[in-house]
Every structure is written in C-alpha cells, then in structure tokens.
Design a protein around this ligand. Structure first.
Ligand SMILES: [Zn+2]
Length: 556
C-alpha cells in the first residue's frame, strides 16, 4: 500500500483492528498522525515519553503483544475518542505503568538514587523508595504534573497483611477522587483492560473479574462527576462501556460460582443478547456481511445475506422465547428492509465491538470455553461503517441466521403468557409435562434448566401426563415459571436457579433434603426430588425411553 493510503486508513481504523492488522508499527503511525498538528515542543515531549516507555517495557508482553501497544492505545484513545488535547496527560498515559513496573530501572537510569537518598527515602521500604525516586526522575524530565498523574495511577507496594485487590481498589479510588485528569487516564486504561479480558479464559479470567468488578461503580461515579474534564457525550460513552463491563464481570463470576458447564442459552440469556443489540448495535450502517458459513446461514447461499443487508442499519431488536429478530432500515426512506432472524443455538453469543475496540457480549455465559477463542467461531458477522462489528460467536455451530423467519411457528413468550393461555396450552393432550414446557411452538422460552427448576419449584413430577394435571397444579406451575424467569433474568441466567446446583449424582434436594434422581423426560436429561416430585416419575435411567419425546423443532 502507498504511504498516503496507509496513513488515511490508519487514521480511521478502530484501535483493535490496527493492532491485529499492523501491530506496533500501525499503532505508532496512528499516534504520530494524531499528534501531527500539535505544537512542536509538545510533540517532542510526547515522543520522548513514548521512547522512554518503549525502552522500559521493551521486554514486557501483554498477552502475546508488546506491552507498548497497550500504552499506545491508552494514549490514542484519550486523544482520538475522548477529544483531549493536552500533552502532559498524554505523556502520563504513555508512562502510566512505568513506575509501577520499572521503578528501579527508571530511578537508576535517571540518576534517581541521589534523589531518593535526599528525599527521606531511608525510612521507606525498598519498593516505595524506588517509586519515589522514579517519580522524581519523571518530574525532572517531563514536569511535576506528569509525575503527579503517573503517581496517582501507580499502585504502591502492598501491605502483606491485607487483601491485595482491596488495597488496589482503595488506592485507585482515593487517587482518582482528588485528580480529575487521572480519571481520564484510568478510564482509557480500564477500557483497554476490559477489551483484553475478552481474550482471557479459564481461572485467570475469573481472577481478573473479581479484581476489577468492584472498581466499576467507583470509576463510573468518578467519571460522572462535573469536574471530570470530558464532554458529556464522551462521559456517556464511557459510562455505557462501564455498564457493559459490570454485566460481563457478573456473568463471568456467575460462571465461576457455577463451576461447570450447563445447558444452553435460555430465555434470560437470550434477552441479554437482545438487549445488547438494542443498546449497542442499532443505527450503525452495515458495510460488510460475512455470511460464508452456509450451515449457520442455511438455506441462504453465500452472498445472499450480504446483498440483502449491506447499506442498511438494524432499527429494532425483538425476542419471543429464545428467538431473536432485528428489523432493518430501508435503503431509502420509502421502504423497510428484511427481518434478520438470529437464534443462538446451544452455545452462541452475540459479540458487539465498538469503534474504539470495546467488546461487549451477551448470550451463553462467557468464560466457558477452556481454550482461546478462534476467529472461525464467529459464524456470521456484520461490519459497521464506524469500524465496529456484530458477530454470532458460536463454537458448536448450532446457531442460525435467517432472513424473514417464520415467527408464526412460535407460541407466546413464557414471560408474557396469561394464566388462562398457559392453562389451555399446557394441559391439552397426554404428553409429559416437561416435554410440553420445552415445546417452543406451545410456549416459547423455557429450556431444559428452567423447566427442571420450575417443575421443582411447583413440586410437579416432570413425567406427569399433562391430562393428569389438575387446574391447581397448572396454576402453581404457571406461577413457578413466571417467578423462575424473573429470578433468572435478575440474577444473570438460568444457571442461578435454586435446584440447578443439585442436578448431579449424590446431591440432595435443597428444600427437603431427599435424594435427587435423574432420568430422561421429553428426550432431555432431567433431575427431580425423589420425595416431593415422586408420583408419575419414570424409573431412573433405562426405562426412560418409554417417555414421550419432546418435539424438538428447529425454530428457523
Ligand atoms: Zn425435596
């Protein structure tokens, strides 16, 4: 590519895209572009700060990339997305980890040992003395304000007798309270770390979520304050990102508490995905569509979805049961676009990327995959004109994308159905009550976990033929379904139900203490209380095949 073209492209590319396409060189070029019109003296100072940071962090890695990439993104985000034109803030952003990670190097290289000795360093512990000396070097080189900003975002050596994460959060909160500009640096730093979390899995993810989650409300409160020097629109953008971060941390930590993988996305998870689209993806013009996965996009041929959607925007996101669909805009004012149907399948998630690289997810709880995510698990992608994207991430490839889905095949939403409708739909025929609950054409939105939870709450045996249900049983089950759905939505998913943890061999009923039993009902793995849900239960295990199988229709 010609130099000018590359520069023009880099100037508008999202930071995560520059990182993955051009790496450190691309980020350096973007940084140079951002400051090209600034005063000569400011540019030289920022360049010196970048040089120093690159030297100090030369051997550091953040995940698999050079650490300086993180520093460049934090600085560029502040200039380009936060609209800040202040060389000292940018110098501090570039050096924000220099003292925390390399105090001794910085102190030694800058002649800081003398300063430390003269500054009462003798009574400080080694780490703290080095930090003071390093900050003095920065003050001499870049001015006292840069040193002060770096000092605020530097974590001190921790006291051994207290929880480190707690000390970290206290330090951040205290420092940011008094220094509005440090809040700006921390917000960009936090955003970059939030993006990084998406690419982290396993125990480390849970550990980081535990560390950062309590910081979100603190940071949100500080950003919202009138003396935080950012435009209202920028503050709003950051607040929205912090909301997403809180949701994601909650999902990750819920997953940790649950401890193992369970079930598929149920109604509350799908609602999370729908809300994510409604909050973050509407109104963004579609400039590219990857519909090459002909299995996920069946019956459409490759390019069909691209042709139908390019140039439009998503204008509304709806859900009934576990089925989502989006309305799209017309290509001019006069017509409406096609309906885009989305089904998450067994383990799909919706991933929406903002122009600045912030990634938010909804759907199947994240953190489940033991291995790093692969690009090919994005089964369908919309690319937006602003550089962000929306992807259906689905490792197991059981999600579906379809134009103009047949929504008439779905029953009323389980969260909205009335008592009378429920009674009529649930009691007709002779099928097992659990199988009926799972039949999406009757009532949409109850999956395997929610069905077990609701039947247990209502003390209804799962294999009861629906013809045997009395009116009071049906009404009790209706109330249980409603309350289970509301609780799962509030707590972050079907896995939070009271009996879910007891769906395992050897567990006892959380209510009466009797043994939990397992069998197959409606074709699905089912657990129930041996005492309170005893009648009509099939003998566990092998006789299960005699139970009526649920009609497990594809939704699309
Ligand atoms: Zn019980």
């Amino acid at each position: 590519m010609e130099g000018d073209d590359r520069e023009r492209l880099l100037a508008t590319m999202p930071l995560h895209a520059i990182t993955s396409t051009y790496g450190e060189a691309g980020l350096r070029d973007r940084f140079a572009f951002e400051i090209a019109s600034w005063a000569e003296a400011d540019r030289r100072r920022m360049q010196r700060a970048l040089d120093l940071a690159a030297r100090l962090h030369a051997d550091d890695r953040r995940d698999r990339e050079p650490y300086v990439n993180h520093l460049l993104r934090v600085a560029i985000r502040i200039i380009s997305y936060y609209g800040v034109h202040d060389a000292e803030v940018i110098c501090a952003a570039l050096l924000h980890d220099a003292v925390e990670d390399h105090a001794a190097d910085l102190a030694a290289g800058g002649g800081g040992a003398d300063l430390a000795a003269g500054g009462g360093g003798a009574e400080l512990t080694g780490g703290r003395a080095d930090q003071q000396a390093a900050l003095a070097v920065l003050a001499a080189e870049f001015g006292p304000r840069v040193a002060e900003l770096v000092g605020v975002v530097t974590n001190p050596p921790y006291a051994r007798d207290r929880d480190e994460d707690e000390q970290y959060r206290e330090h951040v909160a205290d420092g940011l309270r008094d220094n509005p500009w440090a809040r700006v640096i921390k917000a960009s730093d936090f955003t970059d770390n939030g993006v990084g979390l998406i690419h982290t899995t396993g125990p480390r993810l849970h550990r980081l979520a535990g560390k950062y989650a309590p910081l979100v409300p603190v940071l949100a409160d500080l950003i919202a304050r009138p003396d935080t020097p950012l435009d209202a629109a920028v503050k709003e953008h950051i607040m929205a990102q912090l909301d997403r971060a809180a949701e994601r941390f909650a999902a990750v930590r819920g997953d940790a508490a649950r401890g193992r993988s369970l079930g598929m996305p149920e109604l509350p998870e799908v609602e999370t995905a729908r809300r994510l689209i409604a909050d973050l993806a509407l109104g963004r013009r579609i400039t590219g569509v990857d519909d090459a996965d002909t299995f996920v996009c069946r019956p459409h041929s490759p390019g069909e979805l691209r042709a139908a959607l390019t140039g439009r925007t998503l204008t509304a996101a709806h859900r009934r049961g576990k089925t989502m669909w989006c309305e799209t805009s017309g290509l001019d004012d006069s017509d409406l676009g096609p309906i885009l149907g989305i089904h998450l399948g067994m383990s799909g998630r919706i991933v929406v990327t903002a122009p600045d690289g912030w990634v938010a997810e909804g759907g199947d709880p994240p953190g489940r995959d033991a291995e790093p995510r692969k690009a090919e698990w994005d089964r369908f992608t919309l690319e937006f004109a602003d550089g962000g994207r929306l992807a259906l991430f689905d490792k197991r490839r059981l999600g579906r994308i379809v134009l103009n889905p047949d929504l008439d095949r779905l029953g009323p939403d389980a969260a909205e159905v009335t008592t009378a409708e429920f009674r009529a739909l649930i009691t007709t025929g002779t099928i097992a009550v659990k199988a009926r609950l799972l039949d999406q054409s009757k009532i949409a939105g109850v999956g395997n976990l929610l069905a077990d939870e609701a039947l247990w709450q209502a003390k209804v045996p799962p294999a009861t033929p629906v013809s045997r249900l009395q009116r009071k049983d049906a009404d009790r089950l209706y109330r249980a379904v409603r309350s289970v759905l509301a609780s799962a939505a509030a707590k972050g998913g079907a896995h939070t139900g009271d009996v879910i943890a007891a769906r395992r061999p050897g567990a006892s009923c959380p209510r009466c203490g009797a043994e939990m039993v397992h069998g197959t009902v409606g074709g699905r793995s089912t657990w129930w209380c041996s005492r309170e849900q005893a009648a009509w239960s099939p003998a566990p295990a092998d006789s299960a095949s005699r139970q009526p199988a649920a009609r497990r229709k594809g939704i699309f």
